[in-house]
Ligand binder design. Structure first.
Ligand SMILES: O=C(O)CCC(=O)C(=O)O
Ligand SMILES: [Fe+2]
Length: 348
């Protein structure tokens, strides 16, 4: 991948509050309403899976770099460590020993996709780290901490006795901070619908739209194994310091926005696991808006101009989670979810 040399400077942080342009909002709304059955016939939808890239996109996508497969496999093996289980490979065929291609799309310069980057066993290991280990650690805040006391005292984060919200009785209740505003919430309902994001490492303040200040040195440590995974694959692009893990169910959306609170122009790296999603991305002054179907295991990179692009998730496609993953960790939970890990560098 070419190194970021002509990176435009970050827009002012005040731009985080700006309204998205009409041309982005319209595409977002159109694809929010699209039927899943119509998508394979849509030549304007970029899709590296299914029937493959459409004629329309073939001329707009080019391969701009590669990751040496042997190197990636070492990184995956290191990440999975002792946790690799016999269920890991899920009966998948071995991949041929060729390098992994990185594709850039001409509509949004710097926007790159690596289809099917993460093998099934790495996807499961990453879910385990995020949802069994990091979610049990009260330092990594979630959307629910703003309104509820989470029963962390019932969980254990020690590797020998690790237990998670998936392991405790699902009828356990989260007590609201303000009982006038919220009713108690069961762990079952939390995991099924209400848990929408968790922040890792530098804790983003969603109200003030700010990260912790570098000088204060107060940031929560970013999980070292996840950092090694990202650096092993994208070391010339980003130093992972913060991440948002988004959890979506069919019917959930993410509105058009730009990620402009970071004081670094390093790329954003985004990994997706579970159900497919539609992803919209476009620049402020461009009528060319790209819509892509993101599948489980895909990596997306927003670098250079695309780093400050508007983007959104208008739709999660129900019943599209790969079969080998649908019952993770039990009872079809991932079959009803998409988990995204959006990794950021806060400062240079
Ligand atoms: O879920 C996604 O693919 C995008 C998430 C995103 O844009 C964000 O967390 O800022
Ligand atoms: Fe974003």
């Amino acid at each position: 991948m070419p190194k970021s040399n002509s990176v435009p400077p970050p827009p002012p942080v005040s731009h985080a509050h700006r309204a998205p342009p009409v041309h982005i909002r319209e595409v977002h709304k159109k694809y929010q309403k699209a039927s899943i059955a119509s998508l394979p016939r849509d030549e304007f939808l970029l899709d590296f899976g299914g029937n493959g890239v459409s004629e329309y996109h073939k001329t707009r996508v080019r391969d701009v770099g590669r990751i040496v497969r042997a190197r990636a496999e070492n990184v995956f093996r290191d990440f999975e460590g002792g946790q690799k289980t016999q269920e890991g490979a899920g009966g998948e065929e071995e991949s041929p020993l060729d390098d992994i291609l990185i594709y850039e799309h001409s509509s949004v310069p710097g926007f790159c996709v690596i289809p099917s980057l993460l093998p099934p066993s790495t996807q499961k290991s990453l879910l385990h780290r995020l949802l069994f280990r990091d979610l049990s650690n009260p330092q990594h805040k979630t959307n629910l901490n703003l309104h509820y006391n989470l029963p962390y005292s019932l969980l254990s984060t020690s590797p020998e006795t690790l237990s998670s919200f998936f392991d405790i009785p699902q009828t356990t209740f989260l007590e609201p901070l303000d009982p006038e505003c919220h009713k108690p919430l069961s762990v079952e309902r939390m995991l099924e619908k209400k848990l929408r994001w968790m922040t890792l490492g530098g804790q983003y303040d969603w109200t003030r739209k700010e990260y912790p200040e570098k000088e204060k040195g107060e940031e929560v440590v970013f999980p070292q194994d996840v950092a090694r995974l990202i650096m092993g694959l994208f070391s010339n692009k980003i130093i992972p310091q913060a991440a948002i893990s988004n959890l979506y169910s069919p019917g959930d959306t993410l509105s058009p926005h730009r990620d402009v609170s970071e004081s670094s122009a390093a790329a954003l790296v985004s990994l997706s696991i579970g159900c497919d999603a539609l992803f919209v991305i476009g620049l402020d002054d461009s009528s060319e808006v790209l819509v892509m179907r993101i599948r489980s295991g895909d990596a997306v990179i927003m670098d250079r101009e695309s780093r400050w692009a508007w983007h959104s998730v208008p739709k999660i496609l129900a019943e599209t989670c790969p079969g080998w993953l649908a019952d993770w960790p039990a009872d079809g939970w991932m079959g009803r979810k998409r988990v995204n890990l959006n990794v950021r560098q806060m400062w240079d």
